[in-house]
Design a binder for this molecule. Structure first.
Ligand code: DGP
Length: 120
């Protein structure tokens, strides 16, 4: 699928829409989800124009991928959830109900998460 440069996260990256920034490095931006499902619910997005994880791994440099992954870990540390634990989720494509077509990872934490991985 072609990347839409006017998707919401692209507009946040360009500063056209606001966000509550938690962390940023050269390759990623982390900000609070607009509709939090947990006490901590943060989105981490790569700065490059990638629709899905597969798109990113096909097109991004190793440095970008490493920088993105490091940003996920650093964001969780800054959010204070590293010690007690957290869950990362990346919705990819239709079956996963990916809503925003710019690849992103959700960080969930701040309370005990249910033992079941999937709820329909
Ligand atoms: P999904 O594509 O299904 O993995 O989820 C997209 C998430 O993005 C959803 O939890 C709500 C969040 N979201 C959508 N629009 C905005 C926005 O304008 N700002 C912020 N901070 N989050 C948004």
């Amino acid at each position: 699928m072609a990347y839409d440069p006017n998707n919401i996260f692209a507009r946040i990256l360009r500063g056209e829409l606001p966000c509550q920034k938690v962390y940023e490095n050269d390759h990623a931006l982390a900000f609070n989800d607009i509709n939090p499902l947990m006490p901590v619910h943060i989105l981490v997005i790569p700065k490059g124009p990638y629709v899905t994880l597969a798109d990113m791994t096909a097109k991004a440099t190793a440095e970008e991928i490493a920088g993105f992954l490091a940003a996920v870990a650093e964001t969780a540390r800054l959010a204070g959830v590293e010690d007690e634990g957290y869950r990362i989720v990346g919705n990819n494509g239709r079956h996963a109900n990916q809503e925003v077509l710019h690849f992103h990872v959700h960080i969930f934490g701040g309370r005990q998460i249910g033992g079941r991985m999937i709820k329909s």
